[in-house]
Every structure is written in C-alpha cells, then in structure tokens.
Design a protein around this ligand. Sequence first.
Ligand SMILES: Nc1ncnc2c1ncn2[C@@H]1O[C@H](COP(=O)(O)OP(=O)(O)OP(=O)(O)O)[C@@H](O)[C@H]1O
Ligand SMILES: [Mg+2]
Length: 255
Amino acid sequence: MGKIISFANQKGGVGKTTSAVNVAASLGILGYETLLVDLDPQGNATSGVGVTKKGLKCTVKDVLMGTATAASAVIPTKFDKLSLIPANMALAATEFDLLQKDTPDPWAAMKNTFLPLRAMYDYIIVDCPPSLGMLTVNSLSASDGVVIPMQCEFYALEGLSQLMITVGKIKAHYNNNLAVTGILLTMHSSRLLLTQQVKSELKKHYAGKLFETNISRGTKLSEAPGFGVPVNYHDKKCKGANEYLAVANELSTRI
Ligand SMILES: Nc1ncnc2c1ncn2[C@@H]1O[C@H](COP(=O)(O)OP(=O)(O)OP(=O)(O)O)[C@@H](O)[C@H]1O
Ligand SMILES: [Mg+2]
C-alpha cells in the first residue's frame, strides 16, 4: 500500500513546494511510482513540473468536492515515474464550498477520496498551502506522515510548536496513523551562527526527527521552477539535486 506524505508548514516561503516537487521527482528517479498532489491554490507545484495552470479540465478541487474521482484527476508528467494531480486558483474557494455542501466531514474529505490512490502508487506527496486551514487539515487527516520543511530561524521554532500541536489534535480526532516523518532544514547555510543555534534547539526537542541531509541554499533550486522542471532535470550534478536525492532515499527508509 502506498504512503501518503504531506509537506506542511503554516509559515510561508519555507521551501514546502521546492521540497515536495524535488523529493517527489527524486523518488521517481529512485524507481518508486510517485504521485505529486498540489493542494495549494497558488498552483506552484503544478507549474513546477511543467503543467499549465490555466484551462485545466480537472483539478484537486473536483476531487475534494466529490465531482471527480482521484484517479481521474491524475495527469502524467514528462518525468520518470512521476504523475500529478494539479491545482489552480479554483481551489481557493474550496474550504467555503466544502462547508456549504453537506459534506459529512469537510475536515477529512480527502481521507476517503484518496484511498484508491494507495493501490496505484508507492508514494503520494502532497504540497500543502501556507496555513493550518481546512486544506492542510484534510491532507494531514489522509496522510501516514508529515514532512516539515523549515528554515533555520527563530520564528520557525515558534511555528513548529504550533504545527506539532495541530498534528497531535489531528492524530486524536481524525487519523491515529499520522506520524512526523521528519523535519527538513531548507535554504541551509552551515556558516551562520543562527543556523547552529536553531539546529541545537531542534536536536534538543526533536532529536530523531531531523533529516540527516539539509538542503543548502542554491540558485539552481530557485531557477528550476522557471523552466517547469524539478532540479534533477535542470542540472543533475548540482548540490541541490544530490541533496534532494539523499532526502528521498532517507524518506524511503523512514516510511
Ligand atoms: N534551497 C533553496 N535555495 C534557494 N532558493 C530556494 C530554496 N528553496 C526554496 N527556494 C526559493 O524560496 C522561495 C520559496 O520557496 P517555496 O515556494 O518552495 O516555499 P513554500 O513554503 O512552498 O512557499 P508558500 O508558503 O508560498 O507555498 C521560492 O522562490 C524558491 O525558489
Ligand atoms: Mg508552496
């Protein structure tokens, strides 16, 4: 049975999409059948794998609203063993629409609708929006694991405690199976004193949860989305490409 893993952090711009896209592509390169699910109305994961957001016939919104099956919303990508359920701005009103409609449990609609996908893929990677709203709660309710991308900043530690509380609540109310797969340090710069301070705090509280591989700050990683490709297909020799492959490897041993 395939595993569903949410890439979540309510803080914006911390590298959720960059990590979801590149870990998913790396899992595909490693030989795992992988599905990337874009659950953010910004649609960054969609354009990040070269899919145009405009004029999509079927998106993750249709799956959540129950007007399309999850399997019918899947589209192929040009990349090894990587498929996509896309998103665009249409998803922005979905939280409201789910509440309006008589959905039995609008906070956990994804749990059942995504069930058939588990038999089709080894890994289903969900890129969550920067909030702890209904979309993220849905994703966590449906997931086996959550990967938390974060930058080494003081405010990130405060955000992490909040996210851990939410994960605990979802575990209690919706999904006993949910576990923190790992905390992934992004845009990492080992020379900064603050990085070392934040890392030692993280080790104190979440020792076994930190991924051994950190993602360095690198221009290739920020350039790749402009070409609509994961970094491995932009420059497979760059540091970011190798680091994300290492994270995907580590992920496959963790879950
Ligand atoms: N390791 C990195 N090195 C350099 N730039 C990076 C790196 N990781 C992410 N970025 C850049 O930082 C910005 C934010 O990254 P990204 O979009 O992945 O974050 P996010 O958490 O998904 O944002 P949002 O909360 O808006 O969804 C982007 O411009 C991205 O290209
Ligand atoms: Mg994002």
